[in-house]
Design a protein around this ligand. Sequence first.
Ligand code: C5P
Length: 234
Amino acid sequence: MGKDVIIACDFSGRQQTLDFLDRFAGETERPFVKIGMELFYAEGPEIVRELKRRGHKIFLDLKLHDIPNTVRKAMRVLSGLDVDLVNLHAAGTAAMMEAALEGLTRPDGSRPLLIAVTQLTSTDQQSMERDLLIHEPIDRVVMHYARRAKEAGLDGVVCSPLEAAKVKETCGVGFLTVTPGVRFADGDAGDQKRVTTPQEAKEIGSDYIVVGRPITAAADPVAAYRRCVAEFVG
Ligand code: C5P
């Protein structure tokens, strides 16, 4: 898998998702898509199977976080769905991350890529201190969690594009950075606070950008997707 744009399919139902993705039928390759909790909980594993049958690569963004045994078994199920990329919370500890990898690995040794959420971008220094009782600077916490994910054998992290360069410095260039918070230079940031353009994300070294509303809410989603690919992949 190389650099790619992942479309966040933040829809609540199957039909809306399929209608949206039908617009991309003319593309040489079906876009890489992200299925999050909303769509997965609404439609279940069948939506994953259906999009796979239609030729999409899938990032299943369920952010697992539980005891190692439960996560191992849940990951085994997700691996059977043939997704391409899945994630978990690094806060579940190295033991949980290692168990997740075991669960994901198929008898033939193949497995989906596994990445970790370090700190959610909705968590800031103040809430981390007040709610989680973590008093280190948030940048240090993010890099520490990224390092632990790498040591546990994971393939990368989800992070802000503004953290991607430092993650690469800390964990090596081969460690994947998957970055949401992307907006066109002439676009509306909406509720995202720290944003970069696809071009900037490329320069910073993101491997994958996850783009939702700049594509899903565009008047012409296919043109917006192509613009993202042109800026990010070149
Ligand atoms: O519409 P927008 O481009 O903001 O969508 C970004 C996608 O990335 C959403 O699915 C959002 O849930 C997800 N995401 C994020 N920030 C994170 C992790 C995931 O925006 N830290």
